[in-house]
Design a protein around this ligand. Structure first.
Ligand code: 4NP
Length: 150
């Protein structure tokens, strides 16, 4: 799960998908394309909205996306167009590129919709982002839990 700062959207996506997957061979992690918040906890507003849904993301720490992640992960979900461009620019080959997907395409295939960055907005933005990620992670988790190839 990749966003810009790895403190608002992708930590939520990580926590939500972990809460829905019960397949022990699945490893979910998140990262940011920027390093501004490296080592920090998720934004307090992300921690709070996750908590209202019974998910604790407070022990996550931000890290920067690295080229090695292409080797370690089968799928790389990005939150918006800008994340997509940033991650694709690090891809070494077509196989790396093929791993990068816009997360809302799981709900709205082919529409390339963004999960909006809630950082500069109010709490409503975080609620909205939670709802979008919850729907996307439902679809992803169903595939993982049924062992469907995706
Ligand atoms: P995120 O939100 O990409 O969802 O973690 C942001 C957090 C911090 C910044 C930008 C986006 N920032 O510029 O500091």
């Amino acid at each position: 799960m990749v966003c810009l700062g790895n403190i608002c959207r992708s930590p939520l996506a990580e926590g939500i998908l972990k809460s829905k997957t019960y397949n022990f061979k699945t490893f979910v992690d998140s990262a940011g394309t920027g390093a501004y918040h490296e080592g920090e906890k998720p934004d307090s507003r992300s921690i709070a909205i996750a908590k209202t849904h019974g998910i604790d993301i407070s022990s996550q720490r931000a890290r920067k996306f690295s080229v090695k992640d292409f080797d370690e992960f089968d799928v790389i979900y990005v939150m918006d167009h800008s994340n997509f461009e940033n991650v694709i620019s690090l891809a070494r080959n077509e196989a790396d590129k093929a791993k990068v997907k816009m997360i809302l395409n799981e709900v709205f295939p082919g529409e390339n919709l963004d999960v909006p960055d809630p950082y500069y907005g109010g709490d409503y933005g975080f609620k909205n982002v939670y709802t979008m990620l919850d729907r996307a992670c439902d679809v992803i988790a169903k595939k993982i839990n049924s062992n469907e190839k995706y």
